[in-house]
Ligand binder design. Sequence first.
Ligand SMILES: [Zn+2]
Length: 311
Amino acid sequence: MKDLQDVRPAFIDRPGGPRLCPCGLSFLVPEHYGRRSDFARCQRCGLVFSADMPPEEELARWYREEHWIRYSDEQIGMARTNVYVHAWSWLEELSLIPGVLVDVGCGAGTLLALCRDRGWKGMGFDPSIQAAAYARARGLEVHAEAFPPCSLADATADALTFINVLDHLRNPFGALEEAWRVLREGGLLYIRVPNGPFHLAMLSLLSVVRLDYLAVFHLYGFGRASFQYHLPRLGFEILAIRTAPPSQGNAYDWGGRRAALAARLLKLVDQAAYRVLKGLGLTRMAWGPSIEVMARKRRSGPIGPEHRGAR
Ligand SMILES: [Zn+2]
């Protein structure tokens, strides 16, 4: 992991200096989408990320102390329940026997509760003190800790999930390396993220009508191509990359009546489009606002930095 830690500050903390992608290549270009110009894109792996990341400490404090205050409705309410049920059903379908599932960024613990109900042992990690307390009050095993580092021993988990988490992290590749360590060989990795290329296009389109804040972009814009590039080098075999089902509701009405109506309309369009894609067998194209990845831990580990430029 040393190489990632060493590489990242080069483009995060020195805006005028060499801009390196976490994949180790320096082929970065500045990007503009709509009214925003604070992006960089790697020409090799396709990853788009914020060129103006908040300092590590500031980010850690926000997720530890503030995130729950602003976003707990999303985690406690029913708006996203179908997302967890869907992820759980897919994992269960691929697993022969109940095992140990680790949910990183578990929030209120909805996925862990599903695990428990089906005979699995669920363990959660979330930096939010309030989220962990809420989940523990439901009788779930949740640690108020960031990830990585993870206190679990090597090869102890049968499945590990990042549901709308990876794109929030300053070092998502360090988190994926830790996931590889914690999973047993053959263990399942499930990831759900906003579809980076889709939301960047929406940033441009919606900026015309000044509704670009409805597009979702945190720190990284993962898309199909960036997962195809990065997961194999990090020691995972990709089983599928698909369009993920939209959440069943909107937890928030942000930005006044006009924005709330637009968000509801987009949600209806999203849900209808997903049904069409699914009906036509096209979810494998990974189109749409959210994508999901199922992968399996391979025997061989992450490829070292000396190999990164060789692909
Ligand atoms: Zn790259």
